[in-house]
Write a protein that binds this ligand. Sequence first.
Ligand code: NDP
Length: 566
Amino acid sequence: MPSRKFADGEVVRGRWPGSSLYFEVEVLSHDSKSQLYTVKYKDGTELELKESDIKPLTSFKQRKSGSTSSSPSRRRGSRGSRGSRGSRSRSRSRSPGRPRKSSSQSSRRSASASHNVDIKEMRKEVLEVKLTPLVLKPFGNSITRYNGEPEHRERNAIPHKNTQEQFPLSQESSYISTQYSLRPRREEIKLKEIDSEEENIVLKGTTLSRTLEVTATQTKDLEFGGVPGVFLIMLGLPAFLFLLLLLCRQREPSLLNFPPPLPALYDLWETRVFGVYLLWFFVQALFYLLPIGKVVEGTPLTDGRRLKYRLNGNAIYDFYIGRELNPRIGTFDLKYFCELRPGLIGWVVINLVMLLAEMKLQNRATPSLAMVLVNSFQLLYVVDALWNEEAVLTTMDIIHDGFGFMLAFGDLVWVPFIYSFQAFYLVHHPNEVSWLAASLIVAVKLCGYVIFRCANAQKNAFRKNPTDPRLAHLKTIHTSTGKSLLVSGWWGLVRHPNYLGDLIMALAWSLPCGFNHILPYFYVIYFTALLVHREARDERQCRRKYGAAWAEYCRRVPYRIVPGVY
Ligand code: NDP
């Protein structure tokens, strides 16, 4: 068990990244694996430092008082008078992320061999410190992230005025969601080696994850009711799906009726159907693999994080939420593929099949207006999702959730079979819609679509390029992560305008089925519950990510989904 020198809560002096300046810090925690201390500066900044970058207060004071010092700051201070080294040290501290100068440059400055030794020594001490992006812990992490942007420089410079020392931060190392961590280069090389070993391990099919692909589920806060909740969901969802489909086939369906009996087991299995489904899945996979279309980058992942191993038994929860954030076979991204293709396109195909079934079962030469409305509305939704395919990369499903039962079942079963429910209902329960009613329903759909599309487009454009001149008129709140939050425009109306639009559209999909039964409205009810719950999850994550900035956003935009109501 490696020992640690400083205890949690101890007040010590911590070196500021890339500089020779030491500030008073409080030790928050220590990671025995990485041997890094998480420390908090007086202004609230939290960084990870290695032990050699931390000095006890007492020793620091003694050295300062003039005794022979091994303190980097002290030694560098005394060497400051030697011209070039002094200036290098200063320039280094001005720009922590700057690459080290070439050895030829330095050696030109060296007048003697001993001088060279000194320089080497100093480099070891000063330049081996490199700023590396520290992993963003997706949950429960309140560490302030620095991105080196000027606004943060200002903010962080203020509290340090107390110490009468200034430490301008680097602008070169600006990168969204980056924290600074002091690590010697050789440790990084070791980390890289570990990474590549891990990659090999993944390829060999073990359960180890590569750092970049480590699951986002390493959290103490289990969602969806924890283990019992997800267990019930996993049992309940398939059963509920059956119930709805069976009810929908009944001539007089009623939720108050005793649930219809399950068909015999042999009725549930049709090899031909299973074969068609597999074929469908693999044809989609084939299309996905075609080397056509643009290649885009996803949002920054957890680069640089050390692997964590979960030692407690949470198999059920992990199975539900998914261990792997981005499971891939080579370049085939399983989650991304399932999110959009087999399920969404399958939904449209099932809708079309229902349209034909309606014509056949009801002896119609043309599909009913209700069926046309449902089909075209939902086709628009799917085409929109595929057209704006890139936007899926910034959704919670991709960024936050692992690929487990929840997404696999949701994408492959729930979406195609429940979302096509209105069309299925109309096959067995025809509903004549007047042209006037149809026009009103179309208006509702368009209203929802405009809100949904504009809100999503606005946020995506902003996340892609926050300085986009087309968005210059919008007000924003800056956050400590470097990202900003929109606080006017669609995102100033409510905190989830895209959910509002989606819900209005959901209502428009059900209206063509008439008001004879609640069954076709199941989707609206379920979707409201889903989005209310999803909004709460997102809210929690955003509060964690953005802290005070999120609280300010909530203050300025008090409603979540429906203006003035919720
Ligand atoms: P959002 O697209 O709403 O993304 C939420 C994220 O947006 C937040 O985590 C935050 O991430 C960012 N954000 C929040 N507020 C702001 C703001 N004011 N300014 C800038 N960024 C902000 O979430 P979803 O992934 O849940 O939804 C995506 C779409 O998919 C929605 O239209 C939704 O209706 C739809 N959907 C449809 C479903 C269906 O079954 N039909 C199911 C689920 C969703 P960060 O700051 O990190 O960028």
